[in-house]
Write a protein that binds this ligand. Structure first.
Ligand code: ATP
Ligand code: LTN
Length: 332
């Protein structure tokens, strides 16, 4: 018997990966990789809830595989795959759609945000997005779902759906828990620190991308919004910009907020922003270099995601069969 618990998480190839996705999610994936059975997915089916350019979507999915590996996920120890390669995700999602309530989906913050941003394309997929996410997680009987703060509501809905299903049919699904980092759970935009740093953001200066060049990263930090005060102090209510930069600095260096405050006593925001920028550059440098290397070897990346899909299918098929049986679909 395999005693290891299971992790599932995913990121949409809807844009270039950001420092937010790294600090909020991927960094923890790497830290948890040794002690769990892990499934890390590129959720391209979720990405099409917003219109995507086909060539870009394809390129980003492959690049995201390279970035996962470059961040430290060894494809031998972690199942790395593309969601659309494992049809059980769509199949279970349909079943779970029938166990998810209209009212529940209407309350999802991400749905409300994305509907406001894409008013001309509020499609049914955008609405039922959380049921597909629940299918992702429940197919692998995941115990833990490492995500940023913004995804907590979706994992909670997944639990509600699993509970509803289990109450009717017995213990079919494992109850997943969200795993949210203490530092870095919500990285804000550098230009509008009241908004989440988001890869589909229209304001490029607000985002730091994993593959950005050092000089561009430093420039964005130099221009980061602070306040009219001059003190480096952690106060997310009143000093949003500075507190966000401190969070990033803390996540990149491991220093506590107190240590950071002491480090910059008597120094201006200029020095502080430069220090944050340099820490991030150093953290991202090996990731960018390794990704660039990996992208030269497409055959290897294809072999990684094919192998990943095969391993994922094995687990997914098992759960789907059980579900079909429970709900009364005749066996083939
Ligand atoms: P999109 O703009 O397409 O909605 P996104 O930039 O919000 O994308 P996701 O693909 O939704 O990123 O998120 C990937 C993972 O990274 C999720 O677990 C999410 O919670 C986390 N994450 C994304 N942005 C941040 C952020 N700014 N701070 C902390 N975690 C984040
Ligand atoms: N909804 C998530 C991406 C996502 C996910 C998942 C995360 C899709 N399926 C399963 C964790 C587990 C997002 O927008 N970041």
């Amino acid at each position: 018997m395999d005693e290891k618990k299971t992790i599932f998480s995913g990121i949409q190839p809807s844009g270039e990966l950001t420092l937010g996705s790294y600090l909020g999610a991927i960094k923890n994936w790497v830290e948890l990789a040794d002690t769990y059975n892990t499934y890390y997915c590129i959720v391209d089916m979720h990405a099409i809830t917003v219109r995507q350019d086909p060539a870009q979507l394809r390129r980003r999915a492959v690049s995201q595989i390279a970035q996962y590996i470059a961040c430290g996920l060894d494809p031998k120890d972690n199942v790395i795959f593309i969601q659309s390669h494992v049809p059980e995700h769509a199949q279970l999602a349909w079943v779970l759609d029938c166990y998810t309530m209209f009212g529940e989906l209407s309350r999802m913050t991400q749905f409300k945000d994305k509907s406001a941003k894409n008013a001309d394309n509020i499609n049914a997929g955008l609405f039922t997005y959380p049921a597909l996410m629940a299918a992702d997680i429940l197919l692998y009987q995941a115990d833990l779902v490492p995500v940023g703060e913004d995804q907590k509501q979706h994992v909670e809905l997944t639990r509600d759906i699993a509970h509803r299903f289990n109450t009717i049919y017995g213990d079919v699904f494992t109850m997943p828990e969200p795993f949210i980092p203490k530092t870095g759970a919500r990285i804000m935009s550098l230009t509008t620190p009241e908004n989440k740093m988001s890869k589909s953001d229209k304001d490029p200066g607000g985002c730091i991308y994993l593959l950005e060049k050092p000089e561009d990263i430093l420039r964005s930090f130099k221009r980061a919004v602070t306040d009219s005060d001059t003190v480096v102090r952690f106060d997310p209510e009143n000093k949003k910009g500075v507190s966000n930069l401190m969070t990033i600095y803390s996540a990149a260096t491991g220093k506590t907020m107190e240590e950071i405050e002491n480090e910059f006593v008597g120094k201006g925001y200029g020095d502080f922003k430069l220090a944050v920028g340099e820490a991030v550059v150093e953290q991202l440098r090996p990731i960018r270099e390794k990704t660039e290397d990996l992208l030269k070897n497409k055959d290897y990346l294809v072999s990684v995601y094919r192998d990943g899909a095969e391993r994922a299918s094995h687990a997914a098929y098992k759960t789907l069969r059980k579900v079909y049986k429970k709900i009364g679909f005749p066996e083939k």
